[in-house]
Design a protein around this ligand. Structure first.
Ligand code: UTP
Length: 276
């Protein structure tokens, strides 16, 4: 039912300067794999095979990553290193890739609206690649796609954060439908701890129904002068049509230095042999 996944990757990544001065934050590797590859693999494992990127200047390496590199591939053909390209080849052979550029970085909501011509009039997933999610069972997007099949409305992934951290996130309030699922009644972008309606914070996984584009079009700039997806989602939530899902798994904020280092250590332990 869900076929497409949108990746807003146009942000400046200022927390990672100078590394991100001329390279995409999403190409930073967690051990030996760029963040964006983890993200596309997650979408693919959820059955989303059409990958749509909203890029910007300095992001061309993302397109190259999902394209063939004839010279390199000839060079390592038949060698023991070929295994290292198995996953990216599998992704390339099974997915369709489209790209458009966000010319001005006017916020995440604006980036998602910029992706409208690639998405059209159908529901879609959104992954922010710098939120790396590692699970033992189903990947987070697959968990959400299964919920979408049941509820057919927009869904945002949430996790509990320490109250003092609410100013880093969009924060929700809602009525519990079950242990891990809420119908959203309110949401605030980056509230101070004393103004936060809860400690349930939105992380970088969404499933959105296409009417979100009209809500974004009618959303004025909010916190930080940016067009916030949270503000558009709140309008949709007022119609009772947005769920918040407390996912199974672990999330690392790889847009921050601390989260990036933590993810690197965790993934090295989990996915690599100690002598590699
Ligand atoms: P962030 O808030 O993490 O911003 O954006 P950023 O620019 O990537 O990083 P910092 O804070 O400067 O270090 C959240 C997501 O929204 C995308 C970013 O690429 C990131 O995936 N985004 C944000 C856009 O695509 N366009 C925008 O105008 C803003």
């Amino acid at each position: 039912m869900l076929k497409k996944c949108l990746y807003p990757v146009a942000g400046y990544g200022t927390r990672f300067l100078p590394a991100t001065k001329s390279m995409a934050k999403e190409m930073l590797p967690i051990v030996d794999k760029p963040l964006i590859q983890y993200a596309v693999k997650e979408a693919m494992d959820a059955g989303l095979f059409e990958q749509a990127f909203v890029t910007g200047r300095t992001k061309r390496s993302i397109e190259d990553h999902f394209d063939i590199s004839y010279e390199l591939e000839n060079e390592i053909r038949g060698s023991s290193k070929e295994d290292k390209l198995a996953e990216i080849r599998h992704i390339r052979e099974n997915c369709v890739f489209t790209y458009t550029r966000q010319k001005q970085m006017l916020g995440l909501g604006h980036a998602i609206l910029t992706g409208e011509p690639m998405i059209g009039n159908e529901p879609f997933g959104v992954i922010l690649a710098d939120d790396l999610c590692i699970t033992d069972g189903d990947p987070v997007m697959k968990q959400m796609a299964d919920l979408y099949a049941e509820y057919q409305c927009s869904i945002v992934a949430i996790e509990e954060v320490p109250k003092e951290d609410t100013a880093k996130y969009g924060v929700i309030a809602g009525e519990a439908i079950r242990d891990d699922l809420y119908r959203i009644s309110d949401m605030v972008e980056k509230p101070a701890p004393e103004d936060a309606p809860s400690n349930l914070a939105i992380i970088g996984r969404y499933i959105l129904t296409p009417d979100i584009f009209d809500y974004i079009r009618n959303t004025p700039p909010g916190a930080g002068g940016e067009i916030q997806i949270t503000d558009a989602l709140l309008q949709q939530a007022k119609q009772g049509r947005v769920l918040a899902y407390r996912f199974q798994g672990r999330r690392f904020d790889c847009g921050s230095l601390h989260g990036f280092v933590e993810a690197t250590n965790y993934c090295f332990e989990k996915f690599h042999k100690p002598d590699e």
